[in-house]
Design a binder for this molecule. Structure first.
Ligand SMILES: *Cc1c(COP(=O)(O)O)cnc(C)c1O
Length: 392
């Protein structure tokens, strides 16, 4: 083929897991292990002198296909898929850091990532400092001689604050710091951190990659140098992704671009609708001109994504009352699903933080996070409208 295919074509046409039976959709390789031709073949595979599958904890055709497709989307040299998004975060940190190292992270992080940094890594003598997204000029002061890795999430969950990836990529490369970006909210369809200097990108495949709320999985893609180390780490520590889940994710990638465009269309409509509503104190959506980092959002995100955050008038009580009044939208702890999902972070996902800690990451008492799904947007807005009216 003369020209490089478009990513959308590659997502639909990449099928590295094909069997000799000429099936049109990829097969599922539900097998724990793979047989050897003879003693010499077994020896060569274990010595890594020859490529081939040995055991599904190490590698599996469905998992390899998923990894290959994610590398194409993110523009990465290599990748390693694991059992969950959190397993990907832990693999990046535990697989690359040594006792005595220091991590620089943005304060706004997914709850469990925060737990790993504050409660688990310190047991192995790995410390961290949090930088404020709103004060990048202060990040240089947070770097220590032993700072080896920087971990950020942009846009952040749930407050949708952004970090300037081009600035951070240069910042980390000048200081020999490995930059790992959680790209769950944006997906590679909207934002590609490796092009801004990140070394590794992490995904919870559970969210938009599956996109239909069916399976848990995670992946890291990026520089081969680091991925090789991490693949060796997961081979022995064992957070392997199930071939069945990998098959689902590979299949879902065929429609990721289509789905993201529609998630963005719908989220834009919902954010405009909310901005004009009297029961709403404020709305945050990266591609709304009222977002404090609107210019940056337009530079580094092709579109604004599928998540909208807003503050209902009346704080905590009304935040809870709003959720109770919803009829169509689901009340569940997930996002990136074809079904619209609403959550109230202050009383659920971020309830273990103190009020001050919540405020520091922009989680106000009446903050509602909506993961806008693929239903007809008029129905989603009608449901939000009736729930807001019920607040009186
Ligand atoms: C869900 C999520 C994770 C964790 O992924 P799991 O698949 O649930 O382990 C990490 N970061 C962000 C931003 C998420 O939304």
């Amino acid at each position: 083929m003369p020209n490089e295919q478009h990513p959308q074509t590659k997502m639909i046409r990449t099928s590295t897991a094909a069997s000799p039976h000429r099936e049109h959709a990829s097969s599922i390789y539900m097998t724990s292990s793979f047989t050897f031709d003879d003693a010499e073949h077994a020896r060569a595979l274990f010595a890594r002198e020859q490529e081939g599958y040995i055991y599904t904890r190490y590698a599996n055709p469905n998992v390899s296909e998923f990894v290959e497709k994610m590398c194409q989307l993110e523009g990465a040299e290599a990748g390693v898929a694991v059992a969950s998004g959190m397993s990907a975060v832990f693999t990046a940190l535990a697989g690359l850091l040594n006792s005595g190292d220091h991590v620089l992270a943005s304060r706004s992080l997914f709850g469990s990532t925060h737990q790993i940094l504050t409660n688990i890594l310190p047991r192995w003598g790995i410390g961290h400092s949090y930088g404020e997204i709103s004060q990048p000029e202060k990040w240089a002061e947070l770097v220590q001689p032993n700072t080896r890795l920087c971990f950020v999430e942009t846009p952040s969950n749930p407050a949708l604050d952004l970090i300037d990836l081009a600035w951070l990529g240069a910042f980390c490369r000048e200081r020999d710091i490995i930059l790992v970006v959680d790209n769950v909210f944006a997906t590679p369809i909207l934002q590609r951190p490796l092009t801004h200097g990140a070394h590794l990108v992490m995904h919870s495949a559970t969210k938009y990659i599956d996109g239909q709320g069916r399976a848990i999985g995670g992946i890291l893609v990026g520089d081969k140098q680091y991925i090789d180390e991490l693949a060796n780490f997961t081979r022995h520590t064992g957070p392997s992704l199930s071939p069945f889940n990998a098959w689902l994710f590979s299949k879902s990638l065929e429609t990721l671009e289509l789905r993201m465009e529609r998630h963005c269309d719908n989220a834009e409509k919902v954010s405009h609708f909310l901005e004009g509503h009297p029961q709403v104190a404020w709305v945050k959506y990266p591609h709304l001109p009222s977002h404090p980092q609107y210019e940056l959002a337009k530079q580094q995100m092709r579109r604004g994504g599928g998540i909208v955050a807003f503050e209902v008038q009346g704080g905590l009580e009304n935040g809870r009352a709003f959720l109770n009044a919803l009829q169509l939208c689901s009340h569940t702890a997930n996002l990136g699903d074809s079904r619209t999902i609403a959550t109230h972070p202050a009383s659920t996902t971020h309830s273990s933080l103190t009020e001050t800690a919540r405020q520091a990451v922009g989680i106000t008492p009446g903050l509602i996070r909506i993961s806008v799904g693929l239903e007809h947007p008029a129905d989603v807005m009608a449901d939000i409208q009736q729930a807001l009216e019920a607040l009186g």
